[in-house]
Design a protein around this ligand. Sequence first.
Ligand code: MEV
Length: 438
Amino acid sequence: MNKVVAGFSKLSKEEKINWIAKEYFTNPQEAIELLKKYWNSDENLQKLHDEFIENTISNFYIPLGVAPNFLINGKNSTIPMAIEESSVVAAAAKSAKFWSTRGGFKATVIDTEKIGQVHFIFKGDSSKLNSFFNETKVKFFTNTENITKNMQKRGGGILDIILKDKTDLIPNYFQLHATFETKDSMGANFINSCLEQFAKTLKEEAQSHELFSETEKDIQVVMSILSNYVPNCLVRAEVSCPIADLEEKHIQNPQEFAERFVQAVQIAEIEPFRAVTHNKGIMNGVDAVVLATGNDFRAVEAGIHAYASRNGQYSSLSHAKIENDIFTFWLEIPLALGTVGGLTSLHPLVKLSLEMLEKPSAKELMKIVAVAGLAQNFAALRSLTTTGIQDGHMKMHLNNILNQFEANEEERIVIRKHFKHHVVSHSAVVDYIENLRK
Ligand code: MEV
């Protein structure tokens, strides 16, 4: 069947659902009912969510969990995390508790510079373009004053604009490379508006530049867009303690543990196959907080992975060392986050998450997110280098299997009791349920 539809976005929500149900489902009524089951009974709240995107047909739940006892720079926080993976919040909470009695997490913002570029084609003498740029530079600032004045009041704005010659890579390709300070907003709209105005100024001013030939006057702007690679919007999170203090139930020999932990990090530093999984563990913590606080996790992901490859090979974002019997574990990641603007004032659960974090500034949120990433990485490496992850992972996953088999309360009690002392695997649980039900 040819499932093409014209003017879909103009249909009402009901009409959209009916069309999808009819075209794609063997039981259309069941599909419609399921989609509607996830609608919020509060019509205003539902409308708010409907309008976040185009063609909304329902809501897609992801659990919002909390990880308490995070001691960060001497202050205790409970961190909200939106994530579907069963073991992530538990791991964060465990890490937080572990480090809360060992000095807690230290976090520092290294810099907060954002970047945007106007990509353009100039066919002509690059030295003329250079002097044109230097003469025109001030106009890029003055022509954006109506966009930048509010940001300037908040202490932000355009930091600098430089001309970059990229003709060695693509013929006639140049950039206006601009840096910005966007304070508590992520700044995407602000930066893109500035860039589009730069592009306009660039084209207009070139037209009337008397030293340019007719060809040189005709600057072609390819695009104007912020960069999600923000290597100078950087935060560092760290934990550190004497090796002897690492001792606990699963760490009987702290020296051996610390050494193996450092080796595990070294492997991720030199081996991309391991680095990707290692960093994925960090992103479990990062993304969950980024999502709960209404930030753009795709931008964060793209920027962080680019940063992990900055030396030409994908590598670990975190590092560990033992020096004078002190164990230190840290990470540095680029994070462009906002605590004002965007979804932060629109999504009720985002507002709630930010209030739970005591209304952080963007810098404070950078620290919290980096700490969540480090905590997650610590929990993963601690399990991997001691008990292995499957034990804890599968215990958490047991719930998912029980739900899949719609186990009743009685069955759950019996099954949980059994698997307290037996290895959890999907097939072992399925066999056990089937036997129980015989
Ligand atoms: C699973 O979501 C994340 C881990 O694989 C991370 C790691 O291997 O370090 C446990």
